[in-house]
Design a protein around this ligand. Sequence first.
Ligand code: ADP
Length: 448
Amino acid sequence: MSEPLLHLALRVEQDIFLVRQRGREVAAAVGLEHQDQVRIATALSEVARELLRGADGADVTFALDRDAVGRRVLQVDLSPLRPLPGGRYEPQSGAVARLVDTLRAVDVEGDTVVRMSRRVPDHAEELTPERVGQLRAELAERAPGSALDELAAQNSQLISALDEVRSQRDELEVLNSELQETNQGVMALYNQLTEELEETNRGVVALYAELEEKSAQLRAASESKSRFLANVSHELRAPVTAIIGLARLLADSASDPLTGEQARQVGLIRSSAGDLLGLVNELLDLAKAESGRIEPDWSEVDLRAVFGQLRGTLRALTTRSEVELVVEEPPAPATLRSDEVLLAQVLRNLLHNGLKFTERGEVRLRAERRGERWTLSVTDTGVGIPPELHERIFEEFYQVPGTTRVGGTGLGLPYARRLVTLLGGTLELTSETGRGSRFTVVLPAGGA
Ligand code: ADP
């Protein structure tokens, strides 16, 4: 519901000042801030000037109303004396419309009226109907000032507007210089970070180069170790074999008879030389496998035949009656693509270990086909291996403490694992101390 506050007539040039001045007074009365008072007064004088020229004047009404969402607005209607061309109104400058919240032509009972509005702030004093009535009375009573007064007021408004523009420009300058400073700071930080990043990068690159050099050195060292082992063991084989032969000759019944003590010592020489030959042979095998000099001879291997052979050769090793060697019959079709000699060597080694480290119970060899893989397991009921040593026993020369009395070199398992890798498979261990061990060879049925 519109609540009228003041009516004015716009007829002559002088009235433009009047409309402007009273507009500012009304705006102040309903609680608009100083800036808004000047804005609405300026918009009013502009529209008034246009209507005086284009429509010979207008009737001006100030009122309080509510906008679409129910908020209080100061509304000014200017009804032209003559109809506007085409019933439309368009301010000459778009800037005028921006001085208020709305400025447009509306239809009031068939007449086109130019209406502008500006929202009254919420904190404006409570505009009760009584208060509005009071305001209306006050506004009606107030004597209009002269054009000169309005000009003076307009001037002082202009000065304060200029002042404000200047202070805003100063503020902007300060902001700009602050922004520039911040920018410089950010750039400095960015440069520093870039430098640090580059330095770190250079460090990483150097580290990589060093790492590569070290691993090349390591590779070279490992290769020369294998070469050295292969050469030395090869060179040692001949003299050790000669010692064994000579000892055999000495002990031969066809030779001069030896005293009991001599025969015992020659026997010691023979067995020591035999051990040495075993070690030399194992070293040679491992060195060959490590230096990649063993090339598997791939063929269709019959597991039954391999198992049969192992059963025969290892039975001789089962000297204890408390230990049974069980070589199960592999399920048919028991074939895989592999190297028969190398495979037999691995299994023999594992079975041999099983027999060495089992006092009673059994050592069992079993083959199972799982999809495209064969699982060959050697399970014993022997001393077992503590879990923390499960990987160590695959290192060269490592023997579980306390097991050395049964002999051996500590080279069998690393060699076996290397051969299984060559055959495209894996060699793993599960074991519990005192409960026995299981070594499992998994091989692809179709070869590596
Ligand atoms: P070697 O048997 O010649 O000592 P290996 O490399 O074959 O060398 O084995 C290394 C060590 O692993 C053995 O000395 C032994 O301590 C342990 N080991 C291997 N097989 C078994 C087994 N079946 N049961 C218990 N310990 C074993």
